[in-house]
Ligand binder design. Sequence first.
Ligand code: SAM
Ligand code: DTB
Ligand code: SF4
Length: 337
Amino acid sequence: MQVAEFAETGAVIRHHAAHLHPEQTAIRHQWSVAEVLALYELPFMDLLWQAQSIHRQHFDANAIQRSTLLSVKTGGCSEDCSYCSQSARHATDLERERLMPLAEVVAAAEAAKDKGASRFCMGAAWRSPKEDDLEKVLEMVREVKALGLQTCVTLGMLKAGQAEKLKAAGLDYYNHNLDTDKEFYGQVIKSHSHDDRLDTIARVRDAGISVCSGGIIGMGESRKNRAAMLAQLANLEEPPESVPINNLVPVPGTPFGGLPPLDPFEFVRTIAAARVTMPTSYVRLSAGREDMSDELQALCFLAGANSMFYGERLLTTDNADAERDDALLARLGLNAC
Ligand code: SAM
Ligand code: DTB
Ligand code: SF4
């Protein structure tokens, strides 16, 4: 597709919508899978040009938001997600840990704040939080929020009333990824459904918490599966405020531990397609960054990524070193926000 043909696609409709009166923007473009696939199939330079142009309409192109992750409850999860080190069904080297004491969580959040993170994300390896565990997480949210950090948690599926409790405790974001599209989902996870994920996202939205939802690529899914996942995220009643794009970290002992790496340009295309389809969302360059060259990360920023996980660890695997990230941002003239 040539650049001139962009006018035929929804990309430009969304793009122009930014200049309309708020009432007019209420009619959002609904992305078809074919339209998102057409973005993927653009010449690489045309796709990046489009993504970067849209990015600049909505964001400071030289600002990167940074979130620090902490696993507050590690391993022993009942679910069977084929990529995950924390499933009790996989024979990984991971040591299970109980829910972390409040003081340790607060100390980690203080350290993250001192290093410059603006958001602190606490992850727990649960199918769904039990009520007494949720009470302890609420306390963590209150204390982390009191430090002046934005708060995020990812606790699995939420039952009725739980999102409202999190909101009342001061939670800013809830992370719950679609992970992949509906068609491929059953080849990744059998212990819960794609619709279960959508239900929790709806509960989070209804409670007035900002939604963080994205996915993983490099799990053997097709480009069409990737496009369908992005279309579904973009077509939500309100798109997620934050869209993490994870590159599979193959963990030995998991069913996906031996999968071959994805073509890095396909990763960049996915970031760009997320940017074009969700122009006002933060697109986060997430898991898998440790193995990416500085040049590949710079391409991801050019494609519209404007957020990253910052700090030595993700949940159970290593992240890029903070010193390396500081140097990279400085070399590229990017500012943390
Ligand atoms: N149990 C909760 C859930 O499933 O939502 C929260 C924790 S779960 C580890 C959070 C997300 O991390 C997953 O949805 C997945 O997108 C990502 N993730 C987990 N393991 C990964 C891996 N090996 N490579 C890339 N992303 C991964
Ligand atoms: C997200 O999309 N990625 C983060 C966060 N949300 C919770 C987790 C990545 C986990 C990578 C594998 C690990 O460290 O266990
Ligand atoms: Fe459990 Fe979440 Fe890992 Fe699935 S991704 S096994 S639900 S911790």
